[in-house]
Structure formats: structure tokens, C-alpha cells
Design a protein around this ligand. Structure first.
Ligand SMILES: Nc1ncnc2c1ncn2[C@@H]1O[C@H](COP(=O)(O)OP(=O)(O)OP(=O)(O)O)[C@@H](O)[C@H]1O
Ligand SMILES: [Mg+2]
Length: 265
């Protein structure tokens, strides 16, 4: 189960920014505090893949950190499966990180970490192999992370996430820094993985196409103080193709405009 209820969530930080005269209201300074997230309400269903978009610095990572329990909200609360979040929970949530692999462990050992509950060594190895095959890293089981390319490391991290089998997976810009083809491949792998495990995935991206191709839902956050400016369920059939779906293309242009780009590239 991985349902998430975000209720009237706000976050302020100590304001260390110099505010230009006349712009005080624009970034909502309350004395020495600066408001980053304001009155966020979201109800996320178990199994939903929600893609978050928004300008740089608007608070996407902050929101995910609060959901993951790494930070406390200033106001409001987050409930996961009906229980308030009071801190990080490795049982429920897996935070996908760029360099989340343990460098002193092989690919196989890293992936096996999430399967320690399996008593039989043979069962464990079989499952480890299954996840490694799924992300097409067979042949690299005994490699250490430093012996893999950046894209292969991300795929190994994906296999690790699959092995952990969390209720909720949090991915903050998981494709950043990847070359175009690896990015496309990883995107496809995450979509396939989601179709297979049907767990809740919260994914932050700067790439409108990623959000449209992947998401069951898109949430767009506005500028500071950040509110939800669009929350749209995407019921386009998969696999999604802009050329074959005029509605999807139209929404793409709409999102570019909403995010301040006048023509979609
Ligand atoms: N610990 C902190 N203390 C003070 N301010 C913070 C802290 N963490 C984040 N902020 C501020 O909160 C705002 C939102 O930051 P956040 O990292 O959530 O943005 P983001 O939407 O993830 O940006 P990007 O797309 O560039 O990753 C920024 O103005 C940042 O300076
Ligand atoms: Mg961020």
C-alpha cells in the first residue's frame, strides 16, 4: 500500500536572501522567514505514478523530502497509508539516488541488500538475477559501481529499488546527466517497472515529455511561494506517442506555455 495524503502543507525557511525593494510580496517574506511551499493539498492513490514539474527552486525537492520524512513541514501534515509521517521509513519508501549504490559492494551484492529477508541463498540469488536481467545488466553482476558507466549505475540502482520492493518510490530528477539514448532507455525501464510492480512513484523532472510519457498524473508547482497550479490525470493509452495522439500533443503545448516557454521544441 502506498497512498499519500498531503494536507494543507506549508514550508518556510529562514530567509537569508536579500529581497529587492518592492518584491517583498512576490516571495512572501514573513519577517525573517521565507515561504517555499504554501497550502499544498494532494491525494495520491496507491500505485499512481505522479510526475512533478515546476521551475527551478520552486520547492519540488523540498516537497519530496517532506513526504520521505527527511524534513518536517512548517504547517499541515503528510499521511502515508493513513499514518502521519514522523520521520524516514525504509520499510515503505525507497529514495532513488544517483549514487545510491554502496561502492564497496558488487552489483549483485547491492541488489541483494533488499532481499536479505529471504532465508535461502539460492532463492535470493535467483531473485537478484531476475532484477539484474530486468535492467539488462547481466554479465556485470560482479562489477563494482566504479566499474560501471553512469547509466549502468542508475540501472543497477533501479534493480536495487525493485529488490527492496517499497510501497513508494521517490525519484528526484532520476535521468539528469544521462546521455539522450540512456535517458530514453531508463525512461522506458521505469515505465515498464511501474507497469510490473504497480507501486506509487513520485518523480520530479524538468522534462515535460518525460512527465507526459510516464505519468498517470502530472502535478505542476508554481513559483515561490509554491502552490499547485495544475493537477491533471493522464488517461492516454500506453505506450504514448505524441505523433499519434493530437490530445497529448495539445497538452504538451499547453504545459510548455504554462511553464513559460512560448513554443514547444
Ligand atoms: N535547508 C534549506 N534552508 C533554506 N532554504 C532552503 C533549504 N532547502 C531548500 N531551500 C530553499 O527552498 C527553495 C526550494 O528548493 P528546492 O531544492 O526544493 O527546489 P527545487 O524545485 O527542487 O529546485 P530544482 O528544480 O532546481 O532542483 C529554494 O529557494 C531553496 O533555496
Ligand atoms: Mg530539486
Amino acid at each position: 500500500m502506498g497512498s499519500i495524503l498531503i494536507d494543507q502543507l506549508s514550508k518556510t525557511y529562514a530567509n537569508r536572501r536579500k529581497v529587492p525593494r518592492g518584491e517583498e510580496d512576490a516571495i512572501l517574506c514573513k519577517g525573517d522567514r521565507i515561504s517555499v511551499l504554501l497550502d499544498i493539498d494532494l491525494d495520491i492513490r496507491d500505485g499512481e505514478m505522479v510526475c512533478f514539474l515546476g521551475p527551478s527552486g520552486c520547492g519540488k525537492s523540498t516537497l519530496l523530502r517532506i513526504i520521505a520524512g527527511f524534513e518536517a513541514p512548517s504547517e499541515g501534515h503528510v499521511n502515508i497509508n493513513g499514518q502521519p509521517v514522523t520521520g524516514p521509513s525504509a520499510d515503505h519508501i525507497f529514495v532513488f539516488q544517483h549514487s545510491g549504490l554502496f561502492p564497496w559492494m558488487t552489483v549483485s551484492e547491492n541488489v541483494g541488500l533488499g532481499l536479505r529477508h529471504l532465508k535461502s541463498h539460492r532463492d535470493r540469488q535467483e531473485q537478484v538475477q531476475e532484477f539484474i536481467d530486468m535492467v539488462e545488466l547481466d554479465g556485470f553482476e560482479q562489477h563494482y559501481p566504479r566499474q560501471l558507466s553512469g547509466g549502468m549505475q542508475r540501472r543497477a540502482e533501479l534493480a536495487r529499488a525493485l529488490a527492496v520492493n517499497p510501497d513508494i518510490m521517490i525519484m528526484d530528477e532520476p535521468f539528469s546527466g544521462l546521455d539522450f539514448l540512456t535517458h530514453m532507455k531508463m525512461r522506458e525501464e521505469v515505465v515498464n517497472m511501474h507497469a510490473f510492480i504497480r507501486k506509487t512513484i513520485l518523480l520530479v523532472t524538468h522534462n515535460i515529455d518525460d512527465a507526459l510519457i510516464m505519468g498517470d498524473r502530472i502535478v505542476i508547482l508554481g513559483n515561490c511561494p509554491t502552490r499547485v497550479v495544475m493537477d491533471r490525470t493522464l488517461d492516454f493509452p500506453r505506450p504514448r506517442d505524441f505523433e499519434k495522439s493530437p490530445d497529448l500533443s495539445r497538452l504538451r503545448s499547453e504545459l510548455f506555455l504554462l511553464l513559460g516557454v512560448n513554443y514547444a521544441v
